[in-house]
Design a protein around this ligand. Sequence first.
Ligand code: AHR
Length: 661
Amino acid sequence: MKFLSIVFFPIITLLASVAGKAEENSAAPFRVTIDVSSPGTEVSPNRYGIFFEDINFAADGGLYAELIKNRSFEFPQAFMGWKIFGNVALQIEDGPFTRNPHYIRLSPASHRERKTGVENEGFRGIAWEKGKKYRFSAWGRVGVNQTTPVVLQACLIDEKNNSVAQTDMVITQKEWKKYIVELVPSKTVDQGSFRLLLNSPGIVDLDHLSLFPRHTWKERENGLRADLTGALKELNPGLLRFPGGCIVEGTSLATRYNWKDSIGPVENRPLNENRWNFSTKKRLSPDYYQSYGLGFYEYFLLAEDLGATPLPVLNCGMACQFQNGKEAHASLEDMDVYIQDALDLIEFANGDISTKWGALRAEMGHPRPFHLKYLAIGNEQWGDEYAERLERFLATLRKKHPEIRIIGSAGPGASGQEFDNLWKHMRSLNVDLVDEHYYASPDWFRKNARRYDTYPRSGPKVFAGEYACHTPEKSNNFSSALHEAAFMTGLERNADIVPMATYAPLLAHKDAWQWKPDLIWFDNRSLVLTPNYYVQQMYSTYAGNRILPLAGEDGKPLAGQKGLYGSSVFDGERKSIIVKLVNMNPSDCTIQLNFKGQDEQIPKGSGIAIRLHSDNIETQNNFEKPDNIRPVSTILPALEKNRLDLRIPAYSFGVYVFPAE
Ligand code: AHR
């Protein structure tokens, strides 16, 4: 896999590496005042996070590094993703994994010149790199009457049907056993396939045919793609919300995300349908299923690796409300199983290893707790029927786990009758946070930069759990990123009421997406970081720890006056004052920054600017030109006393970092 390196310097490196071109001052500046005298609200360390859902092939075919689709033959069409030839039969009795009962039997074809075998197409092809190692494993046993070993040949096949790596796997035992071989291709291929041939006389049974790159994130066996995980790490996320999104709810309750099915040995995690396989009418993905290979244990591990607080979302006894009527939900009398799931999850994450679920966590390799603090009950739910169910969860969770902060839903809309009704319920149920979602127009994002300035300060706080600016063509162009940056000045300013936010969705396979825009696009070997990604990265890297009031010439928060948006924080670790400014105008302007406070509080010396800018607001990063837009750093001139005139480019989002005690 190609790793697209992300150039995002820590300040020290950056100061040493930038060209040193000072900014020019100009006349008639717009005055902005930053009050550094009394730092306000503390910024939550979970401030800017990641929303992860298996949509757009984000997990299977994406972050989860497995290269074989339908590895256990459990799809409803058992050979979907496979070509079979010769004498291949699907078996169901007596397999090694009770929750994935299918396996295959390979027997010799009817003539010595004929072949028996199977070939997998992967997730829109299989990609590999020349000289790198790939691990193929399978569970196998020889036929009952077999007296000699059975030889299989594993091959990587390129787009022109040539084998570019092959090796033998010899099945020797009559009992089920895991066999592993390694393949090293002689050529890099973007859209190949995997073929397995029966290459000797005899009968063999096989299950869980799996192919992984040797190199995964932290070199784990059931691992994640190193390049994609690296890109997540470089987002500096404070929070990881998983596993969705609508897949939490399922097309029916039977296909809801069931976290208990997603843990334990991967071979025995039962396959689940993906709610996104048929729901985008023009882009059907009938081969979209969840292997759960990336399950709750792996999500907790990922959160730990990223330094992010885990935030699981659990089903609240309701199937996806977009896809169902009320009859699809669990009745109030049947809520116990869902509530028990929540209790057991807390034990799995935090429980002592002497407990049932804590012991399972330890057995899987993590005796230490995962420090779960937040739990969302329900995803994008609405109606009184949701409140009734949430109430039952709360009655139990508050009693048994008062330490866990509970998140309720404000539904799919950001305003209106349903939204108000939900907020009323959330207040009376006294949840800790309310999950608001907004997929909205650029206009909405500009106008809502003031949204939280007037929110009531008592009662639940807000988790901005899903948001993205949807331009008319719904692409990740610079305009959408700039609008998000402008809106986020309002999130930042109101950190007391909106302590956490996650952009959505996160990942999209370029040949298998259902929804856009998305933060990161990828194919089977490379990735593209969108301008929206850089906005998130700039906010999370420069989140600071205390909010500083920032006002325009009218003394009000800078939220649209003359097309400008701004916010400011104090960063105690970096000993810096950080100012974020968005210029939505098609022309440059000059902003005069005035720092108000005691002399010792005013920044000294030169700061730096880290800016995203393009003359063309429609610009995108794409696979041909992934670096069209990326942050660029420059050194700023020194302040004159407490003041600095800054030239702000047209269409730009900048983070301005000033050294301060
Ligand atoms: O992010 C895509 C989808 O948008 C999520 O699954 C759902 O919660 C929302 O409707």
